[in-house]
Design a protein around this ligand. Structure first.
Ligand SMILES: Cc1cc2nc3c(=O)[nH]c(=O)nc-3n(C[C@H](O)[C@H](O)[C@H](O)COP(=O)(O)OP(=O)(O)OC[C@H]3O[C@@H](n4cnc5c(N)ncnc54)[C@H](O)[C@@H]3O)c2cc1C
Length: 414
């Protein structure tokens, strides 16, 4: 009988894991269960959410046959400008620091979701939505999934990708380290006059870090940016109550005039930015993935990128396990996976934690070294190269673990 993998959660991560599993095991039966109806339609260009995808993600998505449907709608990041509001230090990181034309891409989440869904359908993944999972059982002979409809499904492996608030990981007895950061993100698309130059901005303000990610133009005379501004809860609440004009004035006061006058803002959303990290990622027959395993601060835009690398590592692990006649849900298979992903996860979580607090207001004694560090980053190319390699994921592309899944030329194609 064909091996069966059930993925719970049809968010960007659940779908990416599904495609990767099908790619690794073409004959396996891969099923995604998503509680909500999958979104359809196209939101207003000023009301969309977006994700920065780094070069490693682009490479993985290309290898999985997803990138071609995202490429045409991707905003290009050719430079990253890092600055500290009201301080002298700033730095510009460019593709030439790494010998690549672009440092990454910004794609709207509804486009990523649609591209993943279409590819999942094309490779033979079955998606059931709406379909809510109520309960997981570890005591049956096989991993068992109890649906809200009363139906029970069995699988060789269950991947739990049900998001930050995952109730299912709790049922598996998987403990989480939950750190309240006290920060909230205010997210909105903002447009400025002029054509898109492909510069992403990371600005450290006294209220918190602010990222402006360049979106593909929807109107030639306006450049759209996805703004992710991390703030204290009270400050985020205040920003949410401002009218559009007052919000743009506040944004401009903190961001400055590098892009000229901010013209328009779309619908604003806000999220708490708690840091969630599971203490274990598996039980026999079960794995947790995506935000259910690690919900990290969006300051460096790494959450989805990290999960795409996790997916590639799982695909490689399952391919080897299946070829060796091992059960996909064996705890030894889970350990192989964890061995591959834990160092990468730890490195990204620690770096993101550090970056989210590095520029918090701490007085003049801290300002000078931070500004000197930013200026040094601007002046010292090997330092810029080191940081750019981490951010773009280029340092992970030669991951030997993935060779079982992808051919080396695919991964060096960026
Ligand atoms: C403001 C912000 C900006 C970000 N920017 C970036 C960025 O630029 N780059 C980047 O790489 N990452 C970024 N991230 C991180 C990225 O968005 C997340 O890593 C990613 O969305 C996690 O997806 P997920 O599928 O794990 O979770 P979710 O998107 O939460 O999906 C979980 C799914 O599971 C379903 N579900 C839940 N319970 C059940 C159940 N019982 N049965 C069936 N289905 C269920 C839900 O309906 C949902 O669809 C950002 C995050 C934030 C908050």
């Amino acid at each position: 009988m064909a091996e069966r993998i059930v993925i719970i959660g049809g968010g960007m991560v659940g779908l990416a894991f599904a495609i990767t599993c099908q790619y690794a095991l073409p004959h396996a039966d891969i099923l995604v269960l998503e509680a909500r109806p999958l979104p359809t339609g196209t939101p207003d260009p000023l009301d969309t959410r977006a994700s920065a995808l780094n070069l490693a993600s682009q490479s993985i998505l290309s290898a999985l046959g997803v990138w071609r449907s995202l490429e045409v709608s991707a905003g290009v990041i050719s430079q990253i400008h890092v600055s500290h509001q009201a301080h002298f230090g700033s730095a510009m990181i460019e593709g030439s620091d790494l010998g690549v034309p672009d440092l990454g891409y910004v794609v709207e989440n509804h486009i990523i979701g649609r591209g993943l869904k279409e590819r999942a359908d094309a490779v033979g993944v079955t998606i059931k939505a709406p379909c809510e999972v109520e309960y997981l059982s570890t005591s049956d002979a096989q991993p068992a999934i109890y649906l809200a409809t009363g139906e029970i499904l069995y699988a060789d492996l269950v991947i739990v990708a049900d998001g930050n608030q995952s109730s299912l990981r709790h049922q598996l007895g998987i403990d989480v380290e939950w750190r309240r950061t006290g920060q909230h993100a205010v997210v909105a698309n903002v447009s400025f006059a002029g054509s898109q130059q492909g510069i992403a901005f990371e600005r450290f303000t006294p209220s918190g870090p602010m990222a402006l990610l360049p979106l593909a133009s929807s109107v030639p005379s306006e450049q759209r940016f996805n703004v992710v501004w991390s703030l204290t809860e009270g400050r985020a609440r205040d920003l949410m109550t401002l009218d559009d004009e007052a919000f743009l004035v506040d944004l401009q006061r903190h961001f400055g005039w590098r892009l000229g006058r901010a013209l328009r803002v779309g619908r604003r959303n806000t999220w708490p930015l708690d840091r969630v990290r599971v203490r274990e990622q598996s039980r026999s027959g079960f794995l947790v993935a995506g935000n259910a395993a690690h919900g990290i601060h969006p300051v460096a835009g790494q959450g989805l990128n990290l999960s795409l690398r996790d997916a590639a590592s799982l695909g490689a692990t399952l391919k080897v396990a299946s070829a060796g006649g091992r059960n996909l849900g064996d705890i030894a298979t889970a350990r192989d996976y964890e061995h591959k992903v834990l160092p990468d996860q730890g490195r990204i979580i620690d770096a993101t934690d550090l970056l989210s607090t590095l520029f918090e207001p701490r007085g003049m004694a801290f300002d000078l070294p931070r500004d000197v560090a930013l200026t040094s980053l601007d002046l010292i190319r090997p330092l810029r190269r080191h940081i750019a390699e981490r951010g773009t994921g280029l340092d992970t592309l030669t991951n030997p673990a993935w060779e079982a899944l992808f051919s080396a030329p695919v991964l060096s194609a960026v």
